[in-house]
Write a protein that binds this ligand. Structure first.
Ligand code: PMP
Length: 393
């Protein structure tokens, strides 16, 4: 029974307890922050604020030490088996992190005739940097072919047959998403690795998985993990790139000499501590149960259609799980009307076209409503949401 664990954790979010009349099912956009993260930011700014990597007085030394300790903390959080070989670069979020991998690493790794596999129906942040790297290389006379990795709605995963067909001797890089930001599908990263073989670097957009389930780079066998700290309990404008360093050239992003977001890094360290103490395995179980209840309830309401596949089948069915994100439409009502009505009942949800590229659903003028859950959401909120939705049929 996770209820006692959950009740205690929920009280650690001041913005949640200060607003009992509101519910925040929009964590795919950004998460709320526990007191420990607010405290870490306050403590840092009131005891040690200075720049990192310069100055030889105690505040500067403590700040430099904080940045280095947080790099180590990110590696530890990701279950990095060879931290002496890997690197961590702090960024403002996943969008910036993916650009850093594309422009500071990938663009120097590819040669003429290489092929890269990138997703076309995922978040736009995980498409434009790869296309930009290709454009950059093309101007230098280096031709790179981009193969679009298709998402398969029926299985909630990348299409394995298409993936096998596009993988060949010239495949030199794969970009993929861990948990889809619209469909919530927990992609089968192992299958991706099996398809491309042991040599090809894989970069994982983990924006929707870090903080939601245990993520182990050893288990997933990926080369880059890019995530947004701000979606994982840390402060706005934070994120990180983890680079394993086992495949391809060393990852040496530009801008090491700039001033890092030190207070954000202090918050990120506290957020990872908080998540580990809460238990990402328990957070996963909690949100999976809420997601299952929401999808089951929605399926019984005939005017609503859920986007993506119906993911409450067991893992043995070969269908991927839906983790914390449920996106749907009403047969008649546009999504902004639904969003407005839901807010009048206290629910803050995303209601629009959801930063998606390439998916057929994105052409639909009605848009869609996305409910995205985290550990502070409750079964009571899900029941209340379903009864509001039922009243609109
Ligand atoms: N990738 C995915 C899968 C996302 O869900 C998001 C955020 N919606 C991003 C990238 C971009 O993250 P950020 O806004 O932190 O740059």
């Amino acid at each position: 029974d996770l209820r006692p664990w959950h009740s205690a954790l929920r009280t650690e979010f001041p913005i949640i307890t200060n607003h009992p009349e509101l519910a925040f099912p929009d964590s795919a956009a950004t998460s709320q922050k526990p007191q420990a993260v607010l405290d870490a930011a306050h403590t840092y700014l009131t005891t040690s604020n200075a720049n990192a990597g310069r100055g030889a007085y105690p505040w500067a030394n403590r700040t430099t030490d904080l940045v280095e300790r947080t790099r180590t903390r990110v590696k530890e959080f990701l279950g990095d088996p060879t931290p002496e070989r890997s690197g961590v670069h702090f960024v403002g979020g996943t969008t910036e992190g993916l650009r850093v991998v594309a422009l500071d690493w990938l663009a120097s790794w590819l040669t003429d005739g290489d092929e890269i596999i990138v997703p076309y129906a995922d978040h736009q942040a995980n498409l434009s940097p790869w296309l930009e790297a290709r454009r950059l290389l093309a101007r230098q006379g280096i031709g790179v072919r981009v193969r679009p990795l298709p998402y398969q709605a029926a299985s909630g995963d990348y299409d394995p047959a298409a993936l096998a067909a596009m993988t060949g001797p010239r495949t030199r890089f794969v970009a993929a998403t861990h948990v889809h930001h619209v469909y919530g599908g927990d992609m089968n990263v192992h299958r991706l690795r099996e398809a491309v073989g042991p040599e090809v670097p894989i970069c994982l957009d983990a924006a929707q998985s870090i903080g939601h389930l245990p993520v182990s780079v050893a288990d997933l066998d990926v080369d880059f993990v890019v995530f947004s700290g701000h979606k994982a309990m840390a402060l706005p404008g934070t994120g990180a790139v983890w680079a394993g360093g086992a495949r391809g050239p060393a990852f040496r992003p530009g801008g090491w000499s700039g001033t890092p977001n030190t207070v954000g890094i202090a918050g990120l360290h506290a957020a990872l501590d908080w998540l580990d103490a809460a238990g990402t395995d328990r957070i996963e179980r909690w949100t999976l149960a809420l997601t299952a209840r929401l999808t089951d309830g929605l399926r019984r309401l005939s005017p609503y259609g859920i986007l993506g596949c119906q993911l409450s089948l067991p893992a043995s069915s070969g269908v991927q799980r839906r983790l914390g994100i449920v996106t749907f439409r009403h047969r008649d009502s546009p999504s902004d009307d639904l969003g407005f009505i839901l807010y009048s009942h206290g629910f803050m949800v995303r209601a629009d076209s959801l930063c998606q590229v390439g998916a057929e659903e994105s052409d639909d003028k009605r848009g869609s409503v996305r409910v995205s859950l985290h550990v502070y959401n409750t079964p009571e909120e899900i029941e209340r949401l379903l009864s509001v939705l039922a009243s609109l049929t």
